[in-house]
Ligand binder design. Structure first.
Ligand code: GLU
Length: 575
């Protein structure tokens, strides 16, 4: 027998060379798997910032704030420090789920009549639509309660990206171009986002030194600089007197915000919503978001349904939206426990027949008295139009803490008004209120009230162990996107990347179900035969998620193509 003689040097090389350090991808990659922590966002710079924080020993909350602040630079039309958001956090040490409400509030001077008679488009680009920003207070609360970094430290990556700049991609260009008509009517916005009178070209480097300076100053002076201090005063001045371009004919209505509204703002820790669904525990955002209650109710309805297919998915969503419209808002006495009860779900579920139910589905009676299949009475308010944009990120760390975080300035480009000299876009979140007249609507504006949201950052557990984190942008389609991903994953057996990539349809108690072209191509005929009607929607949602695969292994998933695709990264990639 011939012996193979291995040269000693080769053995040495084999056993003493450190394992090759895997270079981080230079481009967005939508799926990553590995150990030690993970992140998925829509943006490579934001995901990298989170990864760097995790690698330096920061935890999931630190990384989420760092990534959120970077998104304020690279996704400034979706998120920013003058916006708001909702964050669901699993604290592995305490084995407890917390939710942080950083939703914008209405000024004290706002009433149920303030928006009445305005059309949506008039309201969007105005001082009137700007809510009291919640994001910075939420970051501060998150870091103080759960993080290890100071706000100043957490803002560092964002300051760097804002100073050195990022590469303009097609999505950023398209979003700027779509907003160019209104951006041009605001001097500060045109100066920043329409340099030379046009959107920055794809491939160019976009810098926002004023935003870098704003973040730097915020880190130095602390949150009171915004909540009552100089930055707050400038925001109020901008809201009250928007810098309209001379000669513009746009009627940019002034807002009602006062410095006292900023001083009064608080980010809040809230109890999460929870439903038990096929042996899993699903946690989400309670009011003022309708995310947790509507996703949860629909899951309960599906659990009570004898079979679950796409028809049942659409019908359960239709019913849950009918109840959302009637019962959920930032008001006392939302019947949350009943909306999420199995008894109510059973009563609702028995309305699902072989054919699509008549439009609109009426709300049910979450009154604790559930027997039989009562004929519901009365119509539910129509789903108000909501902007299609915001962003969602997920992060997990080596200790098992998990974040699902939606942050937003509402419409793509918020209210279109950059605070002069500060590089920050204001939100138009108050357009999430019902405009009225709508007696009895739980979502009419009121002083200090938070507009009802659809944001649905969601964590799923199996016997107390996190198994999934997921969320999406997309206004009220956020709810159906999250629901459909969960149905894809847990009813149809897809893995997480497939569940995210699968074509989407959204039924929100509307006459027609909006659906992506690929969904229509695959399912339109079969569902129309059951009485469903469809309208095409080119793209629904832009989700991010994490799946915990056991033994510390994490799969991070972002969109492969929607909104230009997202970026998933893990601390120690699998080889
Ligand atoms: N403002 C929306 C909400 O809170 C989120 C922004 C969007 O995705 O349109 O539901």
């Amino acid at each position: 027998m011939r012996r193979v003689i291995v040269p000693a040097a080769a053995i040495l090389v084999t056993f003493t060379t450190a394992p090759p350090v895997q270079a981080e991808p230079q481009q967005k990659v939508p799926v990553a798997e590995g150990y030690g922590g993970a992140v998925a966002t829509v943006d490579l710079d934001a995901s990298r910032a989170a990864l760097a924080v995790l690698r330096k020993g920061g935890n999931a909350m630190d990384a989420a704030v760092a990534a959120g602040a970077v998104l304020g630079v690279t996704e400034p039309y979706s998120a920013g420090l003058a916006g708001g958001g909702f964050l669901v956090y699993y604290d592995a040490h305490r084995r407890k789920v917390y939710t942080l409400d950083g939703r914008e509030t209405a000024p004290a001077a706002m009433t149920a009549l303030t928006l009445e008679g305005l059309n949506f488009d008039e309201a969007v680009t105005s001082g009137l639509s700007a809510g009291i920003p919640g994001t910075v207070a939420q970051w501060e609360l998150g870091l103080r309660r759960f993080g290890t970094l100071s706000l100043k430290q957490a803002l560092k990556p964002a300051i760097e990206v804002a100073s050195r700049g990022f590469t303009v991609d097609q999505t950023f260009y398209d979003q700027t171009a779509a907003n160019a008509a209104r951006f041009k009517d605001i001097t500060s916005t045109a100066k920043l986002y329409l340099p030379n009178g046009a959107p920055p070209p794809v491939g160019s480097t976009f810098r926002n030194p004023e935003l870098a300076a704003t973040y730097r100053e915020l880190g130095k002076r602390g949150v009171s600089w915004l909540y009552g201090g100089r930055l707050g005063q400038e925001i109020v001045a901008t809201v009250k007197n928007p810098p309209v371009t001379p000669g513009s004919t746009r009627n940019v209505r002034p807002g009602l915000m006062e410095v006292a509204d900023l001083t009064a703002y608080r980010a809040l820790l809230r109890e999460p919503t929870r439903v038990d669904y096929n042996g899993l525990q699903v946690y989400g955002m309670a009011p003022p978001s309708s995310g947790g209650s509507t996703v949860g109710e629909a899951l309960n309805i599906l659990e009570a349904s004898p079979k679950v297919g796409l028809h049942e998915y659409l019908e359960a969503s239709r019913l849950a939206f009918a109840d959302r419209g009637k019962y959920v808002g930032d008001i006392p006495g939302v019947p949350l426990a009943e909306l999420l009860s199995d008894g109510f779900a059973k009563e609702r579920s028995c309305l699902i027949g072989d054919r699509a139910m008549a439009h609109p589905a009426a709300p049910g009676s979450p009154d604790g008295d559930y027997a039989g299949c009562p004929a519901p009475a009365g119509a539910s308010p129509e789903v108000a139009s909501e902007g299609p944009e915001t962003t969602h990120l997920v992060v997990a760390d080596r200790w098992g803490n998990v974040v699902a975080y939606n942050l937003t300035i509402e419409s793509t480009g918020g209210n279109g008004i950059v605070v002069p000299g500060r590089g920050v876009m204001l939100n138009n979140e108050l357009t999430d209120f019902s405009f009225g007249p709508a007696p009895g609507d739980p979502n009419l504006p009121g002083p200090g009230k938070r507009p009802r949201s659809s944001m649905a950052p969601t964590l799923v557990f199996d016997h107390g162990r996190p198994v999934l984190a997921v969320g999406s942008p997309g206004g009220s389609t956020i709810i159906t996107t999250v629901l459909q991903i969960l149905v894809n994953r847990y009813e149809f057996g897809m893995d997480l990347p497939a569940a995210l990539a699968a074509p989407r349809a959204t039924q929100r108690n509307t006459a027609q179900t909006q659906a992506e072209p690929a969904f229509l191509a695959a399912h339109q005929a079969e569902l129309e035969a059951l009485g469903h009607q469809f309208a095409p929607n080119p793209e629904i949602g832009a989700a991010t998620g994490l799946e915990f695969l056991g033994h510390g292994r994490i799969q991070a998933a972002a969109e492969p193509t929607r909104r230009g695709g997202g970026s998933a990264l893990v601390v120690q990639p699998m080889r």
